[in-house]
Design a protein around this ligand. Structure first.
Ligand code: TYD
Length: 139
C-alpha cells in the first residue's frame, strides 16, 4: 500500500451549536471519505496504557476524540507523525498501510473509530518487522 503519513489528514466536522449544547454529525462519504461499514469506540482505557500497535492492509479509519484526549502516532515505515486529538469535532483520516499507536489517553477519554470495513483479523499486521516488509514490497 503506497500510503504515507502525509495522506492522513485532520478534518474539521460541522458543529451545530445552541444554548443547549452541540451536535456533530458524520455522514457517509461526506465527512468520512469512505463508506462506513463499522463503528467502534475505545473507553475505560487505564492510565498509561497504549492501544493500536498495528497496521492494516486495506482498512481506512476515521478517528475522533469524542471525549477527552489522546495522541495518535502514525508511521508509514519512513516518516512518522504524532497527532493530538482533543476535540469532538475534529477527525483524523488514517489511510491503509500505516502503523498506528494510540497513547497518552486522558482519564475518561473516548476514542470513536469509523471504519471502512467489518472486522477482519486477516487485515491486521501486528508485527512491526512484517509491516516494514509489507511497506517495502509496496512502495
Ligand atoms: P485491536 O484492534 O487489536 O485493539 P487496539 O488496536 O485498540 O489495541 O482489538 C482488540 C480486540 O478486540 C481483538 O481481540 C479483536 C477485538 N475487536 C473486535 O472483535 N471487533 C472490532 O471491531 C475491533 C476493532 C476489535
Amino acid at each position: 500500500m503506497k500510503s504515507s503519513v502525509y495522506q492522513c489528514s485532520i478534518m474539521e466536522l460541522p458543529k451545530v451549536h445552541n444554548r443547549a449544547g452541540n451536535i456533530t454529525a458524520i455522514e457517509n462519504q461526506l465527512h468520512a471519505p469512505f463508506d462506513i461499514k463499522r463503528v467502534y469506540y475505545l473507553y475505560d482505557v487505564p492510565g498509561g496504557e497504549d492501544r493500536g500497535g498495528h497496521g492494516h492492509r486495506t482498512l481506512q479509519q476515521f478517528i475522533v476524540a469524542v471525549s477527552g484526549a489522546f495522541d495518535v502516532k502514525l508511521d508509514d515505515g519512513i516518516n512518522k507523525k504524532i497527532v493530538h486529538l482533543d476535540r469532538p469535532y475534529i477527525g483524523l483520516h488514517v489511510m491503509p498501510g500505516i502503523w498506528r499507536e494510540l497513547l497518552n489517553f486522558s482519564s475518561g477519554a473516548i476514542c470513536l473509530v469509523l471504519a471502512s470495513d467489518t472486522y477482519s483479523d486477516q487485515d491486521y499486521i501486528r508485527d512491526k518487522d512484517e509491516f516494514l516488509r509489507f511497506k517495502s514490497e509496496n512502495r
